[in-house]
Design a protein around this ligand. Sequence first.
Ligand SMILES: O=C(CO)[C@@H](O)[C@H](O)[C@H](O)[C@H](O)COP(=O)(O)O
Length: 216
Amino acid sequence: MRFYLDTANIDDIEKAAKLGIIEGVTTNPSLIAKEGMDFEEVIKTINTLVDGFVFAEVTALDPEEMVEEGLKLNELSDKMIIKLPCNWAGIQACKILSNKGVKVAVTLVFSANQALIAARAGAYFVAPFVGRLNDISQDGVGTLIKDIREIFMVNKIKTKIVAASLRNQMDVLNCAKAGVDVATIPYQTLLGLLNHPLTDAGLAKFMKDWDSMKNK
Ligand SMILES: O=C(CO)[C@@H](O)[C@H](O)[C@H](O)[C@H](O)COP(=O)(O)O
């Protein structure tokens, strides 16, 4: 499983990029709006900070306009992934854009059948939302992610799974065990995955013992 960062915050992307393990950045209209910056400017800046894919979501609701907006966003770099919602309009636009060679992520996926339809429309990625299903007392990984994985395997579908709406370490761990291709995570979740109090305590003890030896 690979890690992408789920944010449009430039500071967080710069900090996380230093780790050298972030292979892409995903954004959505809510994350862009939170930063209060021009959409295209944010996407262009993110492209300069990471080597991997940069996901940008269309805001049009009509299939023709989605295609037009998707083609325009796709011009921003050769690493663009165009995000489309998993609905009637989004699937039509997915088929058209995929046929033109544009890489599409179908997002807001809440059922395995939606993921299968998106894959058949040529989606490069599907983005199942784990946390929002957990919020309504369903098992985001245990049912949705595992079902999509199985369906893609049985049907030899190459569409990749980018698990989204991951809120905590258990979500990420369960996604890794279920074999998703990518987990896209907020910066705070990344900190939570790496930091451990026993690592900090262990290092402090090593340094204390080292200093006491030097002072002998
Ligand atoms: O869909 C993708 C990646 O394709 C993500 O950027 C996705 O929009 C985000 O993970 C979610 O919107 C965040 O979900 P939540 O934590 O607000 O429930």
